[in-house]
Ligand binder design. Structure first.
Ligand SMILES: [Zn+2]
Length: 257
């Protein structure tokens, strides 16, 4: 990596840190139905407005040892985690895609998946606003790549299996299966991924979700038949599939030819 590439990667990381800081606000406020732009950030405990020095990603959290400077309330390490994760993923997207439209699409998809994963984890919902942004962006990406048919098939292959499972759940148990948030999410994800990678994303999501459920049951954090959000696992599956799905499929199919 030469100096310029290193500089641009660092810039992507910095952008990720700042976006991650904004995502923390979104993750907290969107499920509560609050505006993500106003009022400015303040301490959730004492209401003291946060100044610039309180809002430097990760650094502020580390320097104040995760406490409010005014009332001493503890801030969750989650804030720093979301910022760090966003930065790492932004750098990864930049290194994987370089200066392309795919990079821009990748950054947008990454952002939406982070927001959805954490909001679903916290509140058990996948906000329609984020789905709409995803649909618009996915259609824009299809327009840029010209792969309309594959994008449309992707949306269908993402939504239909989950819709079928949900319908089956309603029929068999007379209660809501997984909720339609997952269905809508995978519809827009499918626009970005195309049908093959969308099916792979679903498969990865199911495997990850099943593993997490097994761990949750074993650790007694999850009750049998209890609710577990599926969005975080689908998001992880979608991210891996968007960037490595083609290579994964090629490697897998290599066993058969
Ligand atoms: Zn405070």
């Amino acid at each position: 990596m030469d100096g310029m590439e290193l500089y641009l990667a660092a810039l992507a990381g910095l952008l990720g840190l700042c976006m991650g800081s904004f995502f923390n606000v979104c993750i907290y406020r969107i499920p509560a139905g609050k505006s993500v732009v106003s009022p400015p950030s303040c301490c959730g405990s004492c209401g003291h407005r946060l100044s610039g020095r309180d809002m430097i990603p990760i650094l502020s959290w580390a320097l104040s040892r995760g406490r409010c400077r005014h009332c001493g309330a503890r801030y969750s390490a989650r804030y720093a985690l979301v910022e760090g994760l966003t930065a790492v993923l932004y750098v990864a997207v930049w290194l994987l895609c370089g200066p392309t439209w795919r990079c821009l699409a990748g950054l947008l998809l990454t952002s939406l998946l982070i927001l959805i994963a954490f909001i679903d984890w916290d509140a058990g919902i996948i906000p329609n606003g984020l789905v709409l942004i995803g649909l618009a962006a996915g259609i824009g990406y299809a327009a840029l790549t010209g792969a309309w048919l594959n994008a449309a098939l992707g949306a269908v292959s993402g939504a239909l299996p989950l819709l079928a499972v949900d319908g089956l759940g309603r029929l068999l148990y007379k209660k809501e299966g997984m909720g339609l948030g997952d269905v809508k999410m995978m519809a827009f994800v499918g626009l970005f991924l195309g049908w093959k990678l969308t099916l792979l994303a679903l498969l990865l999501g199911v495997v990850l979700g099943a593993a997490a459920a097994a761990i949750g049951l074993a650790a007694k954090k999850l009750q049998r038949g209890g609710y577990m959000p599926f969005g975080p696992y689908l998001a992880a599956g979608a991210w891996v599939s968007f960037f490595w799905g083609a290579a994964l499929l090629q490697w897998y199919l290599g066993f058969f030819v």
